[in-house]
Each structure stands twice: as C-alpha cells, then as structure tokens.
Design a protein around this ligand. Structure first.
Ligand code: G6P
Length: 613
C-alpha cells in the first residue's frame, strides 16, 4: 500500500505534493519521492529514510524547485524490491522523458520485464512498477499521445494500480488511471489534483471525484476529462467532503481499528493477488525453496507471538490436513529457550506482522543454527526477520496502526494457507482439483469477510447489552479454538476486561468451576464436524448460569437456539472459517472498549512492535 499525489497548474506544486505526501504517510513511508516538470525538463528527488522519508524529502527538494507548475509524488510501502532510493518512485523510462508513480501490484511484471530487457530497455529498479514507464515509452514511440499510450499499456497489465504519469512531450498534462487501488481527482481555480486518498487534498479542495476501475483521467490546469479504458467519456459522481483533516486521515472512520477492520477484504485480496499462475500453480517467489526442498520436508514448526501465534494455530489444522506432515506451533519466547528437536529437513515458519518481534526473531535464529530451513510470514518488507530468513512470504495487508492486530491476522492466515497448499501441491498430497477447490474457497473469503463486517450494528447491540459484564470466556473447537483465543486476546487488549480463550473440550478440566451467573461465554459454533460437541459444552456452561453469546453460521437455527445472544456470520469451509469468524469477535471487543471510553488504537501498557523480551 503506497500513496500517490499529483498536481498541475499551480505556483505551489512542490508544497502541494509534500503536504499531500505527509497526509499519505499512513500508507507507508519506506521511501518518498517527487518529480517536478515544466518545458525545461524533469527534476526528480527520491529519499529512502524510513519513517523520516517525507520529512527528509522536504528538506532537500527546494534545490530542485524552479517554480515548475506540475509534478507527481509518492510515499512507498515496499512490496517488490527493498526499501531503497533505487526502488523509490517516481520511476522513469530509458530516455528520462516519462515519469510515473504507482500504488498497487503489477502481477505480470516479471514476464514484461524479461521482454523489455530482451528488447533493449534498461531497468533501473527491482520494482514491479518500473515496467509501466518502459511500456509507455514504447507506446509513445508509435506516435500515440500520452493518454493513448497509458490506455494501451493498461490493456496489457494484470493486477492493481492507481497511477499518475507525466511526459516531457506535454508537461502540463498528468494522466491518472485506476484499477482496484483507490484514486481521487479534483480541479479548482486553474489547478487539478490527484491523490490516493482524500486527506492528501483536503486543504486544496473539498470537491472531488472518485475514479472507477479502468477509468483514465487527463488532468490539465483547472480541467479534467475522464474516459473509460475503451475511450468513452464519462463523468464520475461528485463527492463533497465535509469531514475535517484528522477524521479524513482515518478515511472517515472513528479510529484506525475500525478502518483496519474494514480493510480486511482488501488485505485478503492483496495477499492472494498474483500468487496463482495461469496453470493453477501457486507461486510464492520469495520463498527461495525449490520443489526438491519442499518435497524433502519432514516436519513443520511455526513460531510466533500474540495474534500471529493464533494465525499459526489456524494454519496447523490446514497444514496437517493438506500436507500430511507433523506440525507444531510454538510461542516464540518458549521455543527459543527450549531444546526443540528439529530434524535436518524441518521447515520453521516465523509469523510476524512487524518482522521485528525479538522473541520470534531469536526463535528463528535458533532454528537456523540447528540447520532447519527458516522462512517468515511478514507484513513489513525488509524487516529484520525478512532479511535473516532463508525465504519470505509477504502478507500485503498495508500498514496497521491499531496496536491490536486485525487485518494483519487474517492476511497471515491467508498467506499461511497459500503456503500449505503450495507444499501440498509439490508433495502431491492434494490433487489438482482439490487444490483448485481450496484456492477458490480462499478467493471467496474477501467477500464473506465484507459481509461479516457489514453486520457491525448487530454486534454493537449485543455488546451494549453486556456492557456491565466483567468475566468472559471464549470457547471453540477445531479451528474455532484459535478463533476463541484471538477473540479473548482482542477483548483483553483493548477493553482491559478479563477474558480467557479455551478449547471447548477442556472446559470440564478446571474452568467450569469458575462459571457462575454473570460470566459471559462467547462460543464459536460455526459449521464443522465438532459443532454438536461445541453445543454440548455450551449447554454445560448455561446450566451453570453463564450468559451465552454464540457465533453461528447463517441459517443455522438449531445452533442459534442455544444462545442468549447470537452473532451470525456467512458460512465458509472449516479450515478458512477463522478468517471470517474472528470479525464479530473483533467488533465485540471494539464495542465493549468504546463503551468503557477507552482508546482502542493505543491500549495501555502495550506496543505495536515488541523488541524487548
Ligand atoms: C504485540 C502486538 C500484537 C502482535 C504481537 C506479535 O504484542 O501488540 O498485536 O500480535 O506483538 O507481533 P508481530 O509483529 O510479531 O506479529
């Protein structure tokens, strides 16, 4: 997830770009860059300075500013290629006449890059983006205008993009285009603007338009023409923004947690994007493990902390079913101080959204020393774990600001399940048809999660009824067990209420003694072979006076009848059910925390990234 911005027709082009990039930093800050353009030429400045990238860019850009009236800018959250100046946007074509900024992923970049290099182009970065500049360069050479060149190129690329493109041939013009990644445009008083998101432009204009998929906008000073990819002129519906800047940074949501809960379908789609080729082969290209390596694996060990540990627990069920290999999931701080038995052909999978959690990092180091193959599932490119592991599987959830993990957890489950299917594919433990069925199911999870998110009001009503409760148990069986653990953790983290997650079958071995009137039991009783057994456990706590909240699948009237309160979710295959069952539990924790007047994004005593033991 990156942020882009563009302006033409302004005496303050550079300031507009820099102010906008500051507002877009929440979308990533691995690097930042601008291009300023006029009849004299293109000036490009790029900085890779981590969290200070935009601030440093502001310090050094005055030298490049000669009052150029147009420019484009970018703040990067690295997906393809390390965070470095070389990979920072804007990217140029071979001649330096075309510059562009991009948010999204060009899925077929590798094959395009090979063709471009064979045709004599020189690529100056490791990004997926740069191929676009060279494709536009070739299209311009055939005599097309910049807009037509962009239109032609967009027909040949797969994936997601929001683009801003400029060319020396027509320096007042910015061509913007969008597929999947967000893009807004606006014109006011002789100036025209584009940006990834509203906050970047709010100080300039409140009257905007949202580009639709496969639409192309020609921005000239004070005027904008929008066409479809087929060249038909269209008028996007106007959007008048009434929020203030602070609210807009959170996309109109009250807080980052809500925003990030709503971003979960996108996180799922982005994590799946480009990972299955035309032959149905799962492509995890940064894994760095050959098919022979994958075939040789004799055991799998997952190490992680917090919510990432819960994602690992979900993966255990899928891994064992699909790969038929022994799988262990360990809390990293325990693993690193044990004497774990790792065979030579063990695969150790670290799971960490930050890629920096010290216990997980040390557990992975220990595994490496013992000779195991070590990979990491990380949301942050070039994190310490990503650098030290043999291979990396990135989740593409975008930056997560809320301390309590939401969208990164569902993205981790998706990434781990892709890994499980890849290994099963190579080992032949699932047939091609079975793999295709599982991939289709994973592919449908985004829509299912969106449907679950839309039921927030129903969850809020249940939370309001239970606002005075102080004691919570979360129960689940099978994949519902890690879901229950995650539900309890969310509640603890942001509401400071006492909550425990338990496997339903373990209840009678102790916890039942604590159950009494006033206790709330949240039970995950969605589909699967263990649902009836889960409902028996529910009957046990009800008979001891607990108040029961049930998470059940749509249409399951029988299960719903067992609860005092019911949270309904759309059904999904049991190995993927946690991806959507966790949604009402996130919302439940959220509403209980808000009812207590707490800051859901910054809970007391906790940190987003824990680099101490
Ligand atoms: C902290 C965060 C949790 C997170 C855990 C592991 O405790 O508050 O949300 O699950 O660290 O972090 P990691 O970055 O390794 O996934």
């Amino acid at each position: 997830m990156c942020g882009i911005i563009g302006v033409t027709g302004s005496a303050d082009a550079l300031d507009i770009l820099l102010d906008g990039l500051e507002r877009l930093e929440y979308r990533g800050y691995d690097s930042a860059g601008v291009v300023l353009i006029d009849d004299e030429g293109i000036s490009r400045v790029r900085i890779a300075d981590g969290t200070h990238s935009v601030a440093t860019l502001r310090k050094v850009t005055p030298e490049a500013d000669h009052g150029q009236p147009a420019g484009i800018g970018h703040t990067r959250w690295a997906t393809h290629g390390h965070p470095s100046e070389r990979n920072a946007h804007p990217h140029l074509d071979c001649s330096g006449h075309v510059a562009l900024v991009h948010n999204g992923i060009i899925e077929n970049h590798a094959e395009i890059a090979a063709e471009l290099v064979a045709a004599g182009h020189t690529l100056a970065s490791d990004t997926d983006t740069e191929v676009l500049a060279h494709l536009i360069e070739d299209a311009l050479k055939t005599g097309l205008s910049l807009t037509e060149a962009v239109r032609r190129v967009l027909r040949d690329v797969r994936g997601a993009f929001a683009l801003g493109v400029v060319s020396m041939d027509d320096p007042e013009l910015i061509v913007a285009a969008r597929r999947v990644s967000p893009l807004i445009i606006g014109a006011l008083g002789g100036q025209s603007f584009l940006a990834s998101d509203i906050p970047a432009l709010l100080e300039r204009t409140r009257d905007l338009m949202v580009l639709d998929d496969d639409q192309i906008a020609e921005l000239r000073p004070g005027s904008i023409v929008v066409t479809t990819i087929d060249g038909v002129v269209v008028t996007p519906p106007p959007l008048h923004v009434t929020w203030d800047v602070e609210a807009a940074q959170m996309g109109g949501f009250d807080d980052f947690m809500t925003k990030e809960i709503h971003e979960q379908p996108q996180a799922i789609a982005d994590t799946l994007r480009g990972r299955v080729d035309a032959d149905g082969r799962i492509v995890l290209d940064q894994l760095d493990l050959s098919d022979d390596d994958l075939r040789a694996i004799t055991q799998v060990s997952v190490v992680a902390c917090g919510s990432s540990f819960h994602a690992g627990l979900v993966a255990k069920y899928a891994f064992e079913r699909w790969m038929r290999l022994p799988v262990e999931v360990d809390i990293a701080s325990e693993f690193r101080y044990r004497d774990p038995v790792l065979h030579e052909n063990a695969l150790v999978v670290g799971v960490s959204q930050s890629g920096e959690t010290v216990d997980t990092l040390q557990a992975m180091r220990k595994a490496r020393e013992s000779g195991a193959k070590v990979i990491v599932v990380s949301n942050v490119v070039d994190s310490s774990m990503a650098r030290e592991a043999h291979g990396v599987l990135y989740t593409h959830a975008g930056p997560e600001v809320g301390v309590a993990a939401t969208k990164t957890v569902v993205a981790q489950i998706v990434a781990l399940e892709l890994l499980g299917l890849r290994i099963a594919q190579v080992r032949g433990t699932l047939s091609a048809d079975e793999i295709a069925t599982e991939l289709a199911a994973l592919g449908s999870m985004g829509a299912i999660v969106a449907e679950a998110i839309a039921r927030d009001d129903a969850v809020a009503r249940v939370a309001a009824e239970l606002a005075d409760a102080r004691e919570f148990f979360f129960l689940g069986r099978g994949t519902g067990y890690p879901t229950a653990l995650e539900g309890a953790l969310k509640l603890k983290e942001i509401s400071y209420l006492h909550a425990e997650g338990y496997p339903g079958g373990e209840l009678k071995h102790g916890p039942l003694a604590v159950i009494e009137p006033g206790c709330v039991v949240v039970a995950v009783a969605t589909g699967g072979p263990l649902k009836e057994k889960m409902l028996s456990n529910v009957a046990e706590v009800k008979s001891r006076g607990a108040t029961v909240v049930l998470v059940v699948d749509d249409g399951d009237a029988l299960a719903a009848a067992s609860g005092d309160y019911v949270l309904r979710v759309p059904a999904a295959p049991v190995l993927m059910a946690p991806i959507k069952d966790v949604v009402p539990l996130q919302q439940f924790a959220y509403h209980l925390a808000r009812a207590r007047g707490l800051d859901v994004d910054r809970p007391r005593n906790l940190a987003k990234t824990v680099t101490v033991e």
